[in-house]
Design a protein around this ligand. Structure first.
Ligand SMILES: *[C@@H]1O[C@H](CO)[C@@H](O)[C@H](O)[C@H]1NC(C)=O
Ligand SMILES: *[C@@H]1O[C@H](CO)[C@@H](O)[C@H](O)[C@H]1NC(C)=O
Ligand SMILES: *[C@@H]1O[C@H](CO)[C@@H](O)[C@H](O)[C@H]1NC(C)=O
Length: 393
């Protein structure tokens, strides 16, 4: 499978795009495996990284809920691995921190001292006792009720539990403090006082030492975008992701900016409201392989989740089989819409198809998203895609 030139494209249900002006606020993300990462392990080869990323994606995909029935009593499992780290500061005297950017979860949480059980973390663990802007949230409050699996602590404080598919769990208190960012546009620090976040004192299972926690950008009421969207004019964010081996520049994450206005070929699709509100469900009508339209057997409305944290893409098994058969048949043919970068992983002398079958929810992984500018508009409830040179964003 060497010279693969394929025309694979994905066809969303379309809706209409319109836009307006707003503030600028941009963050340089760090890929966890990039040579630019402060924790880069130079003894890992690119193949090791790709193999790890693929396996991590599979465990993450298996952690998504099997169905989306509002009445089902199952645990809402959120993804447990991610790829892009978000730099931010926390506290009265700002401490630098890094957390995994995750559009598949809501609550921002980081490990906190004094730990009952903390995983090995490379950066110093945050000590809320040293921040006088750190305040606990009472367990009867509205904010506390928005936390899934909230409970009351002995002092009446709000407690949270977030469980993951691989049995990793974080437990702690829900608090507020100043979260700030270094705007990569002008180097100015932007502060968000009273940001609700989780102080994780008991974090067990498999978490990555490069991150202090998880930065939730999901659609639920406590995600950073839901909490602060009004402050930057609109509840809107976008990212342009580079693959990890690009060392020339950084992937960008922007808040409150209209990023698609002057682009060509912008495709906009509606977010579909399904349970839980955390996930960005989209409608993927078909995958086209060299012009052959491959449609899912099941309902299409809200049939796929777009997720920044899963590396590879997953399609329901029956749909995957059709796509795979068409790809196998088409190998040796011409032309590209999704580039090879988006759909294949090259490991040593092997090239693997970076789309996998799943019995659970179909997911658009981050590999499929690289070199696209992707904008999430929570007010209009749309997600839009445009090909972009993410090095120049
Ligand atoms: C780097 O990767 C090697 C090979 O997998 C591993 O043995 C080593 O423990 C890693 N080092 C760190 C600091 O993670
Ligand atoms: C913000 O980022 C710029 C560019 O990386 C850096 O030079 C500057 O020192 C940072 N500012 C603060 C306050 O950390
Ligand atoms: C820490 O969390 C684990 C797993 O959720 C739980 O079994 C254990 O009881 C917790 N420990 C404390 C002291 O709360």
């Amino acid at each position: 499978m060497k010279e693969i030139a394929l025309f694979i494209s994905i066809l969303f249900q379309l809706s209409i795009l319109s836009s307006a002006e707003s503030n600028d606020f941009s963050i340089d993300l760090i890929h966890i495996d990039s040579p630019l990462s402060p924790f880069y392990n130079s003894s890992l080869t690119q193949s090791d990284i790709l193999i790890n990323a693929a396996f991590n994606s599979i465990s993450r995909a298996e952690s998504f809920p099997l169905n989306t029935d509002v009445n089902s009593d199952q645990t809402i499992t959120i993804p447990n691995r991610g790829s892009y780290l978000m730099p931010f500061y926390i506290g009265t005297v700002p401490r630098g921190s890094l957390a995994i950017v995750d559009t598949g979860s809501d609550l921002l949480w980081i490990q906190c001292l004094p730990c009952t059980n903390c995983y090995n973390q490379r950066l110093p663990i945050y000590d809320p006792r040293k921040s006088y802007t750190h305040h606990l949230i009472p367990c009867g409050s509205d904010s506390c009720r928005k936390v899934s699996k909230n409970s009351c602590g002995i002092a009446g404080e709000c407690k949270y539990v977030v469980g993951y598919g691989d049995k990793s769990i974080t437990r702690g208190t829900v608090a507020t403090d100043i979260i700030s960012f270094n705007n990569s546009h002008d180097g100015h620090i932007i502060e968000y006082p009273n940001t609700i976040f989780g102080c994780g004192y008991n974090n067990t299972g498999v978490f990555q030492p490069q991150g202090a926690g998880i930065f939730g950008l999901g659609g639920g009421p406590l995600s950073f975008i839901s909490q602060h969207g009004a402050k930057f004019g609109k509840r809107k964010f976008s990212y342009c992701l580079l693959p990890f081996y690009y060392v020339q520049g950084s992937s960008k994450l922007k808040f409150g900016v209209d990023t698609q206005t002057n682009r060509r070929g912008v495709v906009t699709t509606a977010m579909v409201s399904l349970y839980p509100s955390t996930f960005y469900y989209l409608t993927l009508e078909a995958v086209s392989v060299n012009g052959r339209m491959l449609r899912p057997d099941e309902r299409t409305v809200g049939n796929i989740i777009i997720d920044s944290g899963t590396t590879t893409t997953f399609l329901k098994t029956s749909w995957y089989k059709k796509v795979e058969a068409a790809v196998v048949e088409a190998i040796g043919h011409q032309s590209v819409a999704l580039s090879k970068l988006n759909t294949f992983l090259t490991v040593n002398t092997f090239t693997c198809f970076a789309i996998f079958p799943t019995q659970k929810t179909s997911i658009i992984g981050n590999l499929l998203q690289v070199f696209f500018n992707i904008e999430y508009d929570l007010d209009k409830r749309t997600v839009s895609f445009a090909k972009a040179n993410c090095l120049k964003e």
